[in-house]
Every structure is written in C-alpha cells, then in structure tokens.
Design a protein around this ligand. Structure first.
Ligand SMILES: [Zn+2]
Length: 192
C-alpha cells in the first residue's frame, strides 16, 4: 500500500514540473505575441469600434435634453420673471417654498395675475396701486408690517435674490404672502 502512495506522489510531482514548464513556455510565447501586436497597433494603427457603456449613453442623452430645455427656457415667452432669477435649468429643485414660488412667478392671488386670466376686470389693488407682487412687498398700506425697502429698477433682480437667500427675509416674505392669501378679499376688491 505504501508503495502505491509513493508511486502516486512521484507521478504528481512529475506532472507538476511539466505543468510549470509548460505554462512558462506559453507565457513566454504570449508575451512575445502581445509585444508584436502592441508594435503593430502603434505603427499601423488600425481603426476599430469600441462599444461605450450604457452609463455613457445615459449621460449623453441627459446632456442633450438639458441643452434643449435650456434653449427653450432662454428663448421662451412665459416665466420670464423666474428666468431672471433662475438662469440655468436643472433637475434639482430650487428649494423655494410655496409662498416664494408665488412671489417670484407672480402666480398667486394678485390682481395682476387675476386680470391676466380674465378673473378681474382690472389689476388695481384696493389701495389704488397696481396689484403685483412687488407692490405688496414694498408699497401697499395693507401690508405695511412686512414691507421691504423699495429697490431701484436696476437693482430689482439683486434685491429679489437677496430676499431669497436671507432666512429672515424669507420668513417675512412667507408671512406677507400668507396675509395676501388669507385677506384676499381686502386687497383684491373688484370695483366693477
Ligand atoms: Zn395696495
């Protein structure tokens, strides 16, 4: 029995040696072949088609879609007041709350907005001034408690950006807009 085991060990040992030398031999041939191909690739430079990963295709489509969206946003006719503040389109939300969106877009219970959609016959506030968002934020006697300093025409955009980036101003703007919503009958009196 021991002779038999010894015999198996010897055979294993021989096979292992052959295997190692065989691998070394093929490896050497492979290296030479690779070197040769590399030289040819450099000197001859055959063109070839390399398939790109799906992630690359998705990124390309997203980039193209954003580009079209940006073009439409820049050259559109609606949402211009928002365009002044948000120049670049993005899939990420701007982080404005409901009241801030109403103020920036002008889409709220303002006489100026209601007239646009023929829900009022004029855009006057009950106080007599033009009832647009900036009137309520700076001039209207009904909203005196939440007034901001009146901006110059040239600095209006910066004025709005300052409000939206300052927490104290944002709170005040939110309270102003809630008052306009709650007391809408007071400020949007239809004289006709
Ligand atoms: Zn007013």
């Amino acid at each position: 029995m021991q002779h038999l085991f010894r015999g198996i060990e010897l055979v294993r040992s021989d096979l292992s040696k052959e295997g190692q030398s065989g691998v070394r031999g093929r490896s050497s041939d492979g290296n030479e072949c690779a070197d040769q191909l590399a030289k040819e690739a450099i000197t001859k430079g055959y063109p070839f088609l390399l398939r790109k990963p799906l992630s690359y295709l998705k990124a390309e489509i997203k980039s193209a879609a954003l580009s079209i969206w940006q073009d439409n946003w820049d050259n559109g006719e609606t949402g211009r007041s928002t365009h002044d503040i948000v120049l670049r389109v993005s899939n990420k939300p701007v982080g404005w709350n409901r009241e801030e969106i109403m103020f920036v877009t002008g889409h709220g219970p303002f006489p100026s907005y209601l007239l646009r959609f023929h829900l009022r016959t004029h855009d006057n506030c009950s106080c007599g001034g033009k009832g647009d968002p900036i009137h309520y934020a700076t001039k209207c006697p009904f909203t005196l408690s939440w007034h901001f300093q009146t901006p110059t025409v040239l600095l209006k955009l910066q004025w709005l950006k300052n409000i939206l980036t300052n927490n104290f101003s944002r709170t005040r703007l939110r309270l102003l807009m809630r008052f306009i919503c709650d007391e809408n009958n007071l400020i949007v009196e239809d004289n006709n």
